[in-house]
Design a protein around this ligand. Structure first.
Ligand SMILES: Cc1cc2nc3c(=O)[nH]c(=O)nc-3n(C[C@H](O)[C@H](O)[C@H](O)COP(=O)(O)OP(=O)(O)OC[C@H]3O[C@@H](n4cnc5c(N)ncnc54)[C@H](O)[C@@H]3O)c2cc1C
Length: 316
């Protein structure tokens, strides 16, 4: 079995979700990692040092600067004939390119894999995580996206330096007639990324306004955490879209999750159930989130949050 992992990166550093995909790949066979980007030598070098990586393939060209899915899929598909499995993280990046690759190869995609049973059988959550499906695919090439929180990130191995092979692209700027880059708006934040944060403070519609979310940012800063939100809070404009947690947002597994003014709809719970400790602050004692919370505070956040912040600031 030979596995190709598509690396996710920002041309300088590897996203940790790729390291989790490498851990999954190691359970399937020999692991090659493909780095496509522009001036991405550092990314290739760091991946060559990861335990279990046998070879790193690099395609470096300015046409990959903005990671357009159509361009990436057209580049990757001709390389797939050597492999039994193509893997990427089940992140926005993976969700953007992998269905295209699967469609071009005329195979099914197995999405959001949480366990590898064998080389053709995988487990994945369905019904917003309320059931786990075990499915087997007979496709010659298996295209999988891997849920980051289900696999530990692969580590750097002392002394490991896999060979790095550069491949020239045959594509040009004109090959992709379907999409073009217009602009990218990035949130510039000192806080840890939602996916990787060990503490997440999340707010829901119960926070009532965008301004009130500032309390959650202050709490997150006290705890060295990230801020997340429900879809209702995002739709109401309280928080940006990339902070949405849940079935159609991010799946997180922090050490500590604090949900404030969140009812606990299954679509939200689908994104937080791997959290080690769940704390809920809700004024409704019947809110569903209280059933899954390890610690619940049935209270109005307007009364308890300022007090909690003061205590944290004073260190008691
Ligand atoms: C296909 C689909 C996909 C979806 N995907 C997602 C997803 O990825 N993520 C997601 O989050 N949702 C998702 N949803 C939406 C989901 O069903 C819920 O509507 C949403 O999660 C509710 O958000 P909420 O808890 O903020 O709001 P509400 O359900 O309105 O809950 C607000 C809570 O705040 C409490 N509250 C109010 N005031 C206070 C106060 N002063 N102090 C303390 N507590 C207070 C209330 O008691 C209530 O429990 C999806 C829905 C569908 C249909």
């Amino acid at each position: 079995m030979s596995v190709l992992v598509i690396a996710e990166h920002n041309h300088q550093t590897v996203n940790s979700a790729t390291l989790s995909a490498i851990t999954a790949a190691k359970q399937l066979g020999i692991v090659n990692v493909l780095v496509i980007g522009y001036h991405c030598e550092e990314v290739a070098l760091s991946l060559a040092k990861v335990e279990g990586v046998e070879q790193v393939l690099v395609i470096d060209n300015h046409i990959y600067q903005h990671f357009l899915a159509e361009t990436l899929a057209d580049t990757i598909v001709p390389l797939t004939s050597h492999y039994t499995h193509i893997l990427a993280a089940a992140s926005s990046f993976g969700k953007n390119i992998m269905p295209r690759i699967a469609a071009l190869l005329d195979v099914v995609q197995v999405s959001d894999v949480i366990a590898i049973e064998s080389t053709d059988t995988f487990k994945r959550p369905i019904y917003a995580g309320n059931a786990i499906a075990t499915l087997c695919t007979t496709d010659k090439i298996k295209v999988l996206t891997i849920r980051e929180t289900a696999f530990e990130p692969a580590m750097m191995a002392k002394g490991n330096l896999a060979p790095i092979h550069t491949i020239q692209t045959t594509l040009t700027e004109k090959t992709n007639q379907l999409s073009r880059f217009i602009e990218q708006q990035l949130c510039d934040s000192e806080r840890p990324e939602l996916n990787n944060a060990s503490v997440v403070v999340a707010g829901g519609r119960g926070m009532q306004t965008k301004e009130n979310f500032q309390l959650l940012y202050a709490l997150a800063d006290q705890l060295g955490g990230a801020v997340g939100a429900t879809r209702a809070a995002v739709d109401a404009g309280f928080a940006p879209n990339d902070q949405q947690i849940g079935q159609t947002g991010k799946i997180i597994a922090p050490r500590l999750y604090i949900g404030v003014g969140i009812s606990g709809a299954i679509q939200h719970l689908a994104g937080i159930m791997d959290s080690k400790v769940i704390v809920a602050i809700n004024k409704d004692e019947n809110a569903p989130i209280l059933e899954v919370a390890d610690y619940s505070l049935v209270a109005d956040w307007q009364e308890v949050l300022p007090d909690l912040l003061n205590r944290l600031k004073m260190g008691n």
